[in-house]
Design a protein around this ligand. Sequence first.
Ligand code: MEV
Length: 307
Amino acid sequence: MTIPLHPRAEAHGKVIVLGEHAVVYGYPAVAAGLPQGVVLEAQPRPDPRLPVTLTIPAWDLDLELHPASDHPVARACLEVLAHCDGPVTGWAIRGASALPSRAGLGSSAALTVALARLVYGPDASIDDVVAASLAGERVFHGEPSGLDSRVAAQGGVLRYVRGEPPRAINPGAPLPLCIIPSGIPRSTADQVARCRSRLEHLPSVVRPVLIAVGQAVESGIHAIEHGDLDTLGVLFDVAHGLLGALDVSSPALDRMAADARAAGARGAKLTGAGRGGCLLALVGDAPETLTAAFPNLRPLFVEVAAS
Ligand code: MEV
C-alpha cells in the first residue's frame, strides 16, 4: 500500500534582514518570512509503484525522486522523505512559487518545509518540520545554521540563534523592504566556505567582524521594535561593509548597494549567502526612484508588519 500524503502544503520564503554568515557561528540573526514561498500539491500516480515525481515549473524542475538520481533537489527531497518515513513511490507532487530559486530567498528551505508538511500534515509541530527540512538542507548547503528552515516553517520576523528557540519580533512600524535580485545565482555552501576560510586565515581580525555583525543584529532589532527606520538603514550599510570584510560581497552587489542608496534607500545590504542572490534595501520616501534605478532587475517590494 502507498504511504499517504496530505493533498496540499505550503511554506514561507525568507529574507535575512541582518546577521547572515555570523549566524553560522552562533551569533544572532533577524529574518522575515515572505508570503511568496512555495505551495505543493500531491496527487496519487496511476501506478503506485512509480517513483514520486516533483514538478515546479517556476523553478524549471521536473524530476523523478529516484534513489539513483544525482540531482541535488531529488537527493534533498529523498532525505526529507526518509526522515519523515514518507513515500518514495506512488505520488505526483506539483509546486508553485513566486520566489526565484537560488537567489538567497529561502527557496530550498521552503521546498523542504512544504514537503515535510505533505507527509506530516498541517498540525505537525514546527520543530518536527524544521528537523525534517534540515535533513534536505544539508544536501544543498552542508551544515546550515537552521535559520532558513525555521523562518520557512514559522514566518513572521524572528530573532534566531543557532540551537535556541527563536524569538518573534514585533516591528514598531511597518518595515518597507525592497528585494532586488542581482540575477547572479549563488551557492550558500561556497559562500559559507569562503567566510570560514577568511576566519581561519585571520581569526584575530575576522572574529571581531562576526561579533560586530551580531551587535548590528541586536541594534537592528531595537530599531525594528521602535520603528527607527533611519537607524536601521545605517545598520544595513554597516552590515554590507562587514559582509564585504567576510569576503561574501562582490563588485556587482557593491554597485547595486551604492545605486540603491543614491536612489533614496535608507540603507542597502546583500541578503543571504552573497556573491550573487539579492540586495535588500530599506525603502526611503520615494519607492519609485528605486524601481527606476533598477529597470531590468524587477525589484520586489514587501512591507513587513507586526503579526
Ligand atoms: C543563507 O541563507 C544564510 C547563511 O547565514 C547560511 C546559514 O545561515 O546557514 C549564509
